[in-house]
Design a protein around this ligand. Structure first.
Ligand SMILES: O=C(O)CCC(=O)C(=O)O
Length: 306
């Protein structure tokens, strides 16, 4: 039994009606298809956009197979994000059991995921939203395991990787159909417009994962955006979002990819200072800006001899 879980049936119906009224019909990408003016206006107004069928059924199947391999070989399984929000969205028994399967930088491990982050339809759409120059900042797997798969409290991704401006888009590549039962993504409509917000980063037991106060930012007030495997849901680095627990007997698999304008300077957080690959356009050079160092990160693998 999950406490504070799904909102009441009336809330659910209201959010579904709101979503249907707010979401413009978005035809499937057909290779050359680009976002229309309506899509771009919708994103600018609401801070998120559902893009159906970005990946074909064959591409989606390959990504699923590779994701399952990554889950079995590289990903970590942990209790997930820390913080007092856990007691709000889970009862004590569920909280103890709840897990998140996660890893970063999938394209360092699987060529299929390199093709996914550089996918021409996806990168063309992102370029329409943030401009001609697009750099990959990260990719992150979020798998909610069956029955007690980790909910996410309301937060902005800005709290995890602070950037100076809003030219940063996160996309959620869906590998499973999502709905209220397995924890579809939910957004606070238009919340990106106010920019970065102060997050809670510590509680009585010490530092915790950033989250927004649960009494002011409620999952029940957010718009659910259910999607199908192969769809992408994108949102601004400043859009407040979260998701409920997975209550189904199956994994709920999503991969987040972060794209930014390379001129949008990162000031703190995950992957700060690390350059990413350019998937559209060019990286502008500041006067006298040096090339990136070839002294890569320290290799942690133990040397066998010496
Ligand atoms: O996977 C989810 O349901 C939400 C993930 C999330 O909040 C994020 O990637 O920032």
């Amino acid at each position: 039994m999950v406490s504070g879980g799904l909102s009441s049936p009336a809330d659910q119906i209201l959010s579904t009606i709101t979503m249907v009224l707010c979401c413009p019909y978005l035809p499937a990408f057909d290779g050359a298809a680009l976002l229309t003016k309506n899509h771009i206006e919708f994103f600018n107004e609401h801070g998120y956009l559902h893009m159906p069928e970005v990946f074909s059924p064959d591409e989606t199947l390959e990504l699923e197979t590779e994701l399952d391999w990554l889950i079995g070989s590289w990903a970590g399984r942990s209790p997930g994000w820390s913080g007092d929000w856990r007691q709000v969205y889970m009862d004590p028994e569920t909280e103890k059991k709840s897990k998140l399967v996660a890893m970063h930088d999938l394209y360092f491990y699987s060529d299929a995921w390199m093709r996914a982050v550089t996918h021409p339809h996806l990168t063309a759409a992102i370029s329409q939203l943030i401009g001609p120059n697009v750099e990959v900042h990260h990719s992150t797997m979020h798998v909610k395991p069956p029955e007690t798969g980790h909910p996410f409290p309301m937060h902005q991704d800005w709290a995890f990787y602070q950037h100076e401006d809003s030219r940063y888009i996160d996309v959620l590549v869906h590998l499973d159909d999502t709905d209220a039962n397995n924890g579809e993504i939910r957004f606070l409509d238009g919340s990106h417009k106010e920019g970065a917000r102060a997050h809670i980063t510590s509680n009585a037991s010490g530092p915790c994962t950033p989250f927004l106060p649960t009494d002011q930012y409620r999952l029940a007030d957010a718009i659910p955006v259910p999607a199908k495997a192969g769809d992408v849901v994108c949102f601004s680095i400043h859009t407040v979002h979260g998701s409920y627990i997975n209550q189904t007997p199956r994994n709920r698999r999503i991969v987040r990819i972060g794209y930014r304008d390379p001129d949008n300077r990162q000031t703190a957080g995950q992957s700060v200072g690390r350059p990413g690959i350019m998937v559209k356009g060019r990286r502008r050079r500041e006067p006298e800006q040096p090339l990136f160092s070839i002294n890569g990160p320290h290799i942690s693998r133990k040397m066998k001899s010496g």
